[in-house]
Ligand binder design. Structure first.
Ligand code: NDP
Ligand code: 8X3
Length: 255
């Protein structure tokens, strides 16, 4: 299969790139950090002798997204698009949160998905098949304190996924939402703007999800038979029930 993964320089996207390359699939991997994307592409090509195409794209840059993807020969034969690139910025009360952070999250997590999906859709429609996997979040299913802008972006993404599923039915295109809970990646380091202690404290006292867990579930969703579509998958670590109930054995509530 030809699989395009956004946000492959770290976390879930990188784990998915490794998983799919190890299974022999051809992949296109994208993100903003060129050094990481290019190094990963080389490493996977050397290790698994598969096609790995690196593309340096900021999903917020509408013109660049379209010029990079629209007429690409790999995209012309695309089987699976994984909209994974995304981020949270800040964890503050609504009245204190940064407007710039809100805009960056909405531009990346919502508009970025719209741009990338629209850029690759013509080839899927032409071939009357394809699978779009959107990496949502439990923050897109339930809101939590100080989650405001991030929760809004992931709720919007969930609405988009449901719309795509309905509107693309007539083209034979599947749409799957994956909604993970707390997972230890660079997500919290980004959210807390490079503060390693704050980031690490998110994962203290319990075993969170790891990027490989998400890659495993995405791979399962990709490999179900053609006539089956997993519409929505919510997954958390065993210590988490929903976006505001996390059992930390050291007794500290998620905050
Ligand atoms: P990471 O920070 O480890 O990875 C995020 C990836 O997104 C990076 O590759 C980053 O690449 C890319 N990215 C961010 N902004 C842009 C942009 N503007 N253009 C292109 N790429 C971008 O976090 P995760 O792997 O944890 O996050 C992946 C997805 O999963 C996100 O959508 C996140 O919201 C979601 N999620 C994460 C959870 C968690 O607890 N970790 C739980 C639920 C959902 P680069 O900076 O090089 O551009
Ligand atoms: C990331 C999970 O709970 O930090 O989407 O919002 S959470």
């Amino acid at each position: 299969m030809n699989i395009l993964i956004t946000g492959a320089s770290s976390g879930f996207g990188k784990a998915m790139a490794i998983k799919f390359a190890s299974m022999g699939h051809s992949i296109m991997i994208t993100a903003r950090r060129a050094d990481r994307v290019e190094a990963l592409a080389k490493e996977l090509r050397d290790q698994y002798q598969v096609t790995v195409i690196p593309k340096i794209v900021d999903v917020r840059d509408r013109a660049k997204v379209f010029s990079s993807l629209e007429n690409d020969p790999f995209v012309a034969e695309l089987d699976v698009l994984i909209n994974n690139a995304g981020l949270a910025l800040g964890r503050d009360y609504f009245e204190e949160a940064s407007l710039d952070d809100w805009e960056t999250m909405l531009d990346t997590n919502v508009k970025g998905v719209m741009y990338v999906t629209r850029a690759v859709l013509p080839s899927m429609i032409k071939r009357a098949k394809g699978h779009i996997i959107n990496i949502g979040s439990i923050a897109g299913l339930e809101v939590y304190e100080k989650g405001n802008g991030y929760c809004a972006s992931k709720h919007a993404l969930d609405a988009l996924s449901q719309s795509m599923r309905i509107d693309l039915l007539r083209h034979g295109i599947k749409v799957t939402s994956i909604h993970p809970g707390a997972a230890e990646t660079e997500f919290s380091l980004v959210r807390f703007k490079g503060d390693p202690q704050k980031a690490a404290s998110v994962y203290d006292g319990y075993i969170p999800l790891y990027a490989e867990d998400i890659a495993e579930v995405v791979s399962y969703a990709v490999h179900v038979p053609e006539h089956v579509c997993l519409n929505s998958i919510e997954m958390t670590c065993t210590a988490q029930a929903n976006s505001f109930t996390l059992y930390k054995s050291i007794g500290q509530a998620k905050s």
